[in-house]
Design a protein around this ligand. Structure first.
Ligand SMILES: [Zn+2]
Length: 78
């Protein structure tokens, strides 16, 4: 199942996951943006983005999944 999350480039991790459509993710992002604005965390806002989550690794973005990259390279070691 396709899953999206709110990624923070600052921490290199997701602040929210289990969003099962792009529009749900956009809504969630908007909520984070609103909260950050209230808390005066403008620097945080720049780091937040909606990304597809890797189908196999829920802690990783699909586009740049370290786990998949590692598996691809080191398959023969396992
Ligand atoms: Zn992966």
């Amino acid at each position: 199942m396709a899953e999206w999350g709110i990624w923070t480039a600052n921490d290199g991790g997701f602040v929210e996951t289990q969003l099962y459509s792009e529009s749900a993710a956009d809504h969630a992002l908007q909520r984070w943006v609103d909260e950050a604005a209230e808390d005066d965390k403008a620097d945080v806002l720049d780091d937040l983005s909606v990304v597809r989550i890797c189908d196999d690794h829920e802690e990783q973005p699909l586009e740049s999944c370290d786990e998949c990259a590692t598996e691809g390279e080191e398959d023969e070691d396992a």
